[in-house]
Design a binder for this molecule. Structure first.
Ligand code: SAH
Length: 370
């Protein structure tokens, strides 16, 4: 038995190769690709500019996968959390964050995560498996469908997950997805073989037509893979979860630091190819009484000062079974002010989606502790 190929695992050039391998004309790939991503075709039957005979042939060797949410929860702030069951019984979550009428979608890259950061709920479940390219792009496509049926009411507060630097003052349609952040479950740089083609499909003008300026990959600091990402997809935005300003603390709370200590990580940030005036986003989870003093702020500033930077402060979201505590309002404000006063671009993320466990570090799908 030959298994059928899921076409959503293929970038446009890979689809060309696949069809050429079956003796089909090259232009067929573009037709099929557009049907999939622009018309959201579920089956070859819908592809009316392709002959019936060819559609039948395609149907024998290939298929088009999709995800359907099993549950959609909406938080008080308009944040929506989607639970997607996968074909093998696993599941992942995605989070939609509407900010001032612009939608940011946070997607997952793995079931579970191998990085074992001490403060992160997803990390406590270990890695079950990588998501396929299709499963990554299908999170976006499923949310796009939900947005068309069910556009969010405008949410007016701006303090959020992402600051729009390329603000062009154009209103998006309420159903459009503006930003994609790979900040859900998993470490995207631990699954680059599938993440890179997924991003290529996202930014392909014939695919999901997102601007590469609006796709952000977040990493805990896999240094060699940062190099590969920069080489293979120049122009994508990089976010780095720094979270500590000394190797001693970072070794303890983020085991990845034992392989790639701060010095190497910051060197990789410096070398990352960022076009124009763009900056590396440094995420900093504030853990009450652990990394939230002005001395930490001072060291943070020193570490990142020779890299074009902006800082995302994320007050720790508490979850069961984790010892860490949220920082006090006072320490958040003081940390924030220290950086602002020294001309750093800082955003303190208000905890979005906390009431539906959709906030940073709270995603788990249906994982059970192993
Ligand atoms: N693995 C990638 C992508 C996940 S992004 C990475 O580490 O960057 C998820 C972000 O949420 C990371 O910045 C992480 O440090 C942060 N985070 C994890 N657990 C958290 C928690 N309980 N509260 C607040 N932020 C958390």
């Amino acid at each position: 038995m030959t298994t059928k190929t899921d076409l959503k695992n293929l970038t446009l050039p890979a689809l060309e190769q696949f069809l050429q391998g079956q003796g089909k004309e090259r232009f067929r790939a573009l037709q099929v690709f557009k049907w999939i991503y622009q018309q959201d075709a579920y089956s070859f039957d819908e592809m009316t500019n392709i002959s019936k005979a060819l559609r039948k042939e395609l149907d024998e060797t290939a298929f088009i996968s999709n995800l359907e949410p099993e549950a959609v929860e909406q938080g008080n702030d308009g944040t929506r959390k989607y639970l997607f069951p996968l074909a093998d019984g696993n599941s992942v979550e995605s989070v939609l964050i509407p900010i001032e009428g612009r939608n940011t979608l946070c997607i997952s890259s793995q079931v579970g995560c191998a990085m074992a950061c001490e403060f992160c709920l997803t990390g406590t479940f270990k890695l079950t498996r990588n998501l396929t390219t299709a499963e990554i792009v299908n999170q976006i496509m499923a949310v796009r469908r939900d947005l068309i049926r069910n556009p969010p009411a405008l949410s007016l507060d701006a303090a959020g997950i992402i600051d729009d630097e390329d603000d062009d003052d154009q209103a998006d349609s309420p159903a459009a997805i503006r930003n994609i952040v790979l900040m859900g479950m998993g470490e995207p740089l631990h699954n680059l073989d599938n993440v890179i083609p997924a991003i290529q499909i996202m930014i392909d003008g014939n695919g999901l037509q997102l601007s590469n300026r609006r796709v952000t990959v977040s990493t805990c600091g896999l240094v060699p893979e940062m190099g590969r990402l920069g080489r293979e997809i120049p122009n994508v935005n990089l976010a780095v979860s720094l979270n500590a300003t000394t190797d001693e603390l970072r070794n303890r709370i983020m085991p990845v630091n034992r392989s790639y200590p701060l010095k190497e990580l910051l060197k990789a940030c410096k070398e990352f190819p960022l076009p124009g005036r763009r900056k590396v986003t440094f995420e900093y989870v504030m853990l009450g009484g652990v990394n939230d003093t002005l001395d930490d702020a001072k060291r943070l500033l020193k570490l990142i000062s020779d890299i074009p930077n902006k800082v995302n402060l994320i007050p720790f979201n508490e979850h069961e079974g984790c010892e860490f505590k949220a920082p006090t309002r006072k320490s958040i404000d003081a940390f924030h002010k220290y950086l602002i006063d020294r001309h750093v671009t800082v955003i303190t993320r208000d905890s979005r989606g906390g009431d539906i466990s959709a906030a940073c570090g709270q995603l788990k799908g249906k994982l059970e502790k192993k």
